[in-house]
Design a protein around this ligand. Structure first.
Ligand SMILES: [Zn+2]
Length: 171
């Protein structure tokens, strides 16, 4: 996708500091890290959402991410690492090419996820929400999701990020 920053990184038009690359995925250092050494793992093929990434590539992303996490423990003396993926603008996705964040963590890094723990009003409500998800769950990729990804790859489609400052590409 010509206007996609990460596709341009994949095809070498935009330089990156690479950690790992194979036929399916590319891993490189995030330019504006949560912690120093923060890595992004992306599919080489353009996918706006993680939901359209083929299983082999999605599996490779997770596997490579976990191995990079292990390398952060050994190479950076990290105490642990976080996986993070923002899917959709509302979720905080900034670059519209799916990417998995691997964030090295240290006991004294001063970073905290803004986590919260809600409580379901009833067991019935909890089961109702589970049933709503299950009713639409399928392991086969959805045609409408694939169509949306194809639309985003349309050469007539101009990403608002195309000429954007990479400085803003955090999410
Ligand atoms: Zn892309």
């Amino acid at each position: 996708m010509e206007n996609c920053l990460f596709c341009r990184i994949v095809n070498g038009e935009v330089p990156s500091v690479k950690v790992y690359e194979d036929d399916l995925v590319l891993a490189f250092l995030d330019l504006f890290p949560i912690n120093f050494g923060h890595v992004l793992v992306i599919p080489k093929e353009h996918h706006t959402s993680a939901a359209t990434i083929p299983e082999a590539t999605a599996g490779r992303m997770f596997f490579v991410g976990a191995r990079i996490g292990a390398a952060m423990r050994h190479g950076l003396e990290a105490d642990g690492f976080n996986f993070h993926l923002s899917d959709g603008t509302t979720a905080g996705q900034v670059v519209m090419h799916a990417h998995l964040h691997i964030v090295p963590r240290w006991a004294d890094d001063g970073f905290h996820w803004n986590w919260r723990q809600l409580k379901y009003e009833s067991e019935e409500k909890r089961i109702e929400l589970c049933e709503k998800i299950k009713a639409r769950f399928k392991l086969v990729r959805d045609d409408s999701e694939l169509a949306a990804n194809n639309a985003a790859c349309d050469p007539e489609y101009h990403s608002p990020l195309a000429n954007d400052d990479p400085a803003k590409h955090g999410g």
